[in-house]
Design a protein around this ligand. Structure first.
Ligand code: ADP
Ligand code: TRP
Length: 329
């Protein structure tokens, strides 16, 4: 990794099979930065404790997330790929930051308010979520943090916690800049609403041919007959096709929509073929990685070792600044 490049850091909770919304909204924008930044990506497995059904579930979802990123093109030799749980310094920094995090501010966090509004089990993990996330970021001096719109408030809190710390103890923590994915990246699901695992409206990135067919055929479309002209812009089938095609290919489909004599069934078949073309090779790599869990664990272990060395160095600076004398510096 070079000295000049800025550091981009992000984490993802291992939570279920990836869909096109995750790919275009999160993974692809991140991997596009791989060449121009020093990339730090971590499996946010401690953050996922609140969502996982069981230990076996968390283990399996973690491997799925690893296989997904590796198949999509994350190069563990270019960037740093590690597990949050393998860097316990994150939890220590979270405690330290928590000692200055105002209770009132944490009660206003969307994550906490949403969980409360939905009647979910609101435990200290949910309440402290923004503090742990700040520690993930500040421990590694991240310059840029790409996140979805829903995480913007957490980033603002991270900057706030860092400023409070620096004000009291000196300039130790580096303030990160958020990189919020824009509205363009909002991928619609089969019902036309935002694609989301919880809404059961997904088109998966790594499905079998039969599963892709089932998902694409269930996309809700207009009711015009085959011969009638159709508007591509308002059609989910076209929107998804456009995401995974060249400008030329999507222009051809748009023209067919407008000309009439082209049915939604035709467009759906074209979309299925395009999915096979674009994601077929990635799908092979994905299933291949899933068959090699030990290799994935080795990769994670090696990245986590390097991450930990960096984390320890940073935490020592923090410890020296706050006046704890339990360790030799
Ligand atoms: P889900 O809603 O399916 O549970 P997550 O909340 O796990 O998805 O999202 C993981 C990441 O994928 C988020 O950071 C978000 O930026 C991105 N993402 C999820 N759904 C979409 C979508 N429909 N369009 C664009 N980005 C999405
Ligand atoms: N909170 C993020 C999410 O739910 C995941 C996350 C945890 C994260 N720690 C982070 C993202 C640090 C960026 C940086 O999507």
């Amino acid at each position: 990794m070079s000295e000049q490049k800025k550091r981009v850091l992000t984490g993802s909770r291992p939570s279920g099979l990836p869909h096109l919304g995750n790919y275009f909204g999160a993974y692809k924008p991140l991997l596009d930065l791989q060449e121009s930044y020093d990339l730090f990506f971590f499996l946010a497995d401690l953050h996922a404790l609140n969502g996982a059904d069981s230990a076996a579930d968390l283990r399996q979802q973690s491997l799925v997330m690893m296989a997904t990123l590796l198949a999509c093109g994350l190069d563990p030799h270019k960037g740093l790929l590690y597990a949050q749980s393998a860097v316990p310094e994150v939890c220590e920094l979270a405690w330290i930051l928590g000692c200055q995090a105002p209770f009132g501010m944490l009660t206003r966090a969307h994550s906490f308010k949403d969980a409360q509004a939905k009647g979910q089990d609101v435990n200290m993990g949910v309440f402290n979520y923004p503090v742990l996330m700040a520690a993930d970021i500040l421990l590694f001096d991240a310059d840029v943090v790409p996140v979805g719109q829903d995480q913007k408030q957490h980033l603002e809190m991270t900057r706030d916690f860092a400023q409070r710390f620096n004000h009291r103890y000196g300039s130790i923590l580096h303030l990160p800049e958020p990189k919020i994915s824009d509205e363009l990246a909002l991928v619609p699901g089969t019902d036309g609403e935002k694609m989301s695992k919880s809404k059961n409206n997904v088109v998966s990135v790594f499905a079998t041919d039969a599963e892709w067919k089932r998902q694409v055929m269930s996309i809700v479309t207009g009711t015009q007959s085959l011969s009638e002209p159709k508007d591509p812009v308002t059609c989910t089938v076209f929107t998804l096709y456009k995401l995974i095609s060249s400008p030329n290919e999507s222009a051809v489909m748009a023209e067919r929509y407008r000309a009439g004599g082209y049915g939604y069934g035709h467009a759906k078949l074209a979309l299925i073929e395009q999915l096979k073309l674009v994601f077929g090779p990635m799908r092979e790599r994905y299933f291949d990685w899933l068959k090699r869990p030990d290799d994935m664990r080795d990769l994670l272990l090696s990245g986590s070792r390097s991450a930990r060395v960096m984390a320890q160095r940073k935490l020592e600076q923090v410890q020296a600044a706050i006046g704890v004398i339990g360790r030799p510096f």
